[in-house]
Design a protein. Structure first.
Lengths: 337, 337
């Protein structure tokens, strides 16, 4: 039985790419009691992969040099040494950027019946939980309020905007390029889009949010965040979900200039990590499933074929090439599923 | 009957000083029903005076050019056309930088019995409410947590640190110069002080807050805020009370670089304006009065004599010359009080 995968060999200075990662053939560890061997089917690529490769302290320990790159994936149980799982089960967990993983049985979750790996990553999983709890719990979003979402055509952003519409909010998305802007307004139902590559974001926010921004669901950081802070409404909330514009910066870029407006508006900037909401996942899955089934929630996937492509594919997030959820297809699902 | 005061003639670019303000003799308006004429006794000088003079949108409209500079003051009622007040009453309100003001009766508050104008501004009034509600309500401060206070020898900071000690927190103050650092540790009971003029604030925060900062009561902004963000503990709160280091900047200075740590630590930066807490003032005054009476709360005042000195005195806040509450004595209290 073979295994191949990507080993983190060097810390990235800017991009996390093939200069930091090495493709290796590796042994598959033996099963020990309580562990499960899983064959990877679909690997999720996320902006936070870049954070995990960094040596800086974050919400998880940095991936150790010389070890398999950390990654969330869906796979099929090949062999189980634990009563919770049996061969053929479809599971998700931290399988890493590799073809096969031996992991503790308790670190895995099953997928809801009938949900494909693509749907799991695009609508449920960490993406769905991030959008749902970020907007409702951290953002305290309410009907009638104005929501601005950055990286609006991305996996999280596209869900956040649609959930905002379901709640009865006015939703403005910030995305790069006309096709993405058309997609979020014409197909996903956002009220308006700002093309940050062509338009003056601050000027457009003034036009589109005349009463200010009640909730900024922030995925980008940098100048986009700064423009949103300048337009914050009274008691406006910034859900600090991600700052993708900053992760590849070789040195620490300067922060937002408009923090004074947070003071004036009694605003709030709140950081949030989806791991804190895992215990409440069922609550979100119920709603997301219902919205998906009734056609209120749409999604797009950007599926790259072949684990060997993972480092190159990751850059699609940072260059803005992807639309919807980016993932890598590592192997076919068994016929039985 | 004469009146003199300071008129805002020009918007400040950097400092709000005599180049922007003009000393004028003015008429005293006639009393109309519902209004009260008050003779100013003590004028509070606050960092927010600089904000009020700016043309930028803030939590109150900018002081119009050509009008008396806005200011909070304690005064004595000279004549009243409203049953709520009578001649001789000691009151506080937005009397402005002038010797006499005619204001709506409903805009005034009485001082608690036995409280002097100095005590009012140093322990109660907007300063006490800011410290009390900022720390307890916005900061959600708890026993056993680590509190960092910037501008720790200032009016608000010196109270915040002492309230933190009363609550059972570990308190680190950031102040400029050895006398202030000695004062807050030796006389006010702070656990430690950082002299930002001599010491590396980031390095000292790492030493003094090994488990991170649970509450940063932020009065300064800029590099001090940035250093605190870098040390934020899990679910740490930044009470964004003021950013005095930024107010005199001619152009917008860059913001904090360490916002990513707010994300990683699930931290919160929350702006807050004391005006929102006026309805709950009684709650704070009761506690503050009790702590003052039992010797748990100490204060210092920096009283400058003569309203003509107000513009020059204001700069004491920005140069860091003052210790405790800065105010201008405009007139003697009547013998009867």
């Amino acid at each position: 039985m073979t295994n191949h995968g990507w080993i983190l060999e060097r810390r990235p200075v800017e991009k996390l790419d093939a200069s930091c990662l090495a493709w290796r053939e590796m042994a598959v560890p033996d099963l020990t009691p309580g562990s499960v061997r899983v064959k990877t089917v679909m690997l999720s690529l996320d902006p936070t992969n870049r954070i995990w490769a960094s040596p800086a302290e974050s919400y998880l320990p940095p991936v150790p040099l010389g070890e398999v790159m950390r990654g969330i994936a869906v796979g099929v149980v090949e062999e189980s040494a634990d009563p919770r799982w049996k061969a053929g089960d479809l599971v998700q967990g931290m399988l890493g950027w590799q073809e096969r993983a031996v992991v503790p049985a308790g670190s895995l979750n099953g997928l809801p019946p009938g949900v494909t790996p693509e749907q799991w990553f695009a609508v449920f999983g960490h993406i769905g939980l991030t959008a749902y709890f970020g907007l409702l719990d951290v953002g305290q979003a309410k009907a009638g309020e104005t929501l601005v979402v950055s990286a609006a055509a991305g996996a999280v952003g596209s869900l956040v905007g649609q959930i905002g519409k379901i709640l009865g909010m006015r939703v403005v998305g910030i995305a790069g390029g006309e096709p993405k802007c058309r997609w979020i307004t014409e197909e996903l139902g956002f009220d308006a889009a700002i093309d940050y590559k062509r338009e003056d974001v601050g000027k457009r926010l003034r036009e589109l949010c005349p009463a200010g921004i009640d909730v900024d669901f922030e995925n980008v950081g940098g100048e986009i965040l700064d423009a949103c802070l300048a337009r914050l409404a009274l008691r406006g909330r910034v859900v600090l979900c991600g700052m993708i514009s900053q992760y590849n910066a070789g040195s620490q870029p300067p922060g937002p200039k408009n923090l004074a407006n947070v003071l004036m508006q009694r605003g709030r900037i709140e950081g949030f990590i989806v791991l804190d909401y895992l215990a409440r996942a069922g609550e979100a899955f119920g709603k997301l499933g219902e919205w998906l089934a009734t056609g209120k929630l749409r999604y797009a996937t950007d599926v790259v074929a072949g684990l060997e492509q993972a480092p190159a594919a990751l850059d699609r997030l940072f260059s803005g090439a992807n639309r919807g959820k980016l993932m890598v297809k590592v192997a076919d699902l068994p016929e039985s599923l």
